[in-house]
Design a protein around this ligand. Sequence first.
Ligand SMILES: NC(=O)c1ccc[n+]([C@@H]2O[C@H](COP(=O)([O-])OP(=O)(O)OC[C@H]3O[C@@H](n4cnc5c(N)ncnc54)[C@H](OP(=O)(O)O)[C@@H]3O)[C@@H](O)[C@H]2O)c1
Length: 266
Amino acid sequence: MKLGFIGGGAMAEAIVSGITSQHLLSCKDIYISDHKKARCEYLQTTYNVNSCIGSESFIDKLDMVILAIKPQTAVKAINEIKDKITANTVVISIIAGITLDTLESYFSNNAVIRVMPNTPMSVGAGMSAICAGSKASENHVTAAEKIFASAGKAIVIEEKLMDAVSGLSGSGPAFIFVIIDALSDAGVKAGLKRNMAIELAAQTVLGSAKMVLESGLHPAQLRDQVTSPGGTTIEGVHIMEQKGVRGAMIDTVTAAIEKSKLMGKQ
Ligand SMILES: NC(=O)c1ccc[n+]([C@@H]2O[C@H](COP(=O)([O-])OP(=O)(O)OC[C@H]3O[C@@H](n4cnc5c(N)ncnc54)[C@H](OP(=O)(O)O)[C@@H]3O)[C@@H](O)[C@H]2O)c1
């Protein structure tokens, strides 16, 4: 299978890193077009893939093309390729806020799939949600699932849930980075060295997430297990509730979801 990318930025790199580390595709079958020469050279050197300015040399040879450009530059990039790809090319868009209807209006002859990945794909721990357009077959969706699950997990959802996914797992890594930073600030305040505090905080977040995923227990059950009567943890949990951390996190994700909905209307 020949896979192309329009845009060779952070997300394209995260996906390529997953695919190549899992040997899902041969590097010579991966093609990336970006605007910047230095970026193309970096991708070519780092991942041994084909990368160049402009997609003219490969766009009509692809089985799948992933649109990995920012929403603001999407229309220009789509117009550059829409009449050059063949009808057999499956178009996958990871562009936030651009609906299947809009994509299908540009690529009227092609199967179209929308995906919301996240940046932890770059370390093999991504979370992607996939939804299929009207012409996408089960095989197309399975192929997309394989690509995005090569560096993490992938689920298939209905498009109406895409804004929710975008706000939760798409933007979520940034929210968790803020929490890790804040936890490590607390460690530094108590006398820990910064790098030690960051390691303690990050590994705690990683381990807690693994426990949720691997135990199958509800997070509240796991919290109860570490909260001894009259102990230190319940003191901290009390402050979290007093300060409204839970409400703040719900508002944070809701704001990101609302922004995603707004972008979809523009
Ligand atoms: N980052 C995330 O956490 C995340 C998560 C989920 C989904 N997404 C979505 O993923 C998409 C890509 O995000 P990103 O963070 O990877 O963006 P990015 O780092 O800005 O990468 C986009 C790259 O594409 C290049 N480009 C723009 N127009 C092009 C064209 N017509 N042909 C070839 N290259 C072109 C850009 O070059 P110039 O800078 O020179 O224009 C840039 O290098 C976005 O739509 C975003 O909504 C991102």
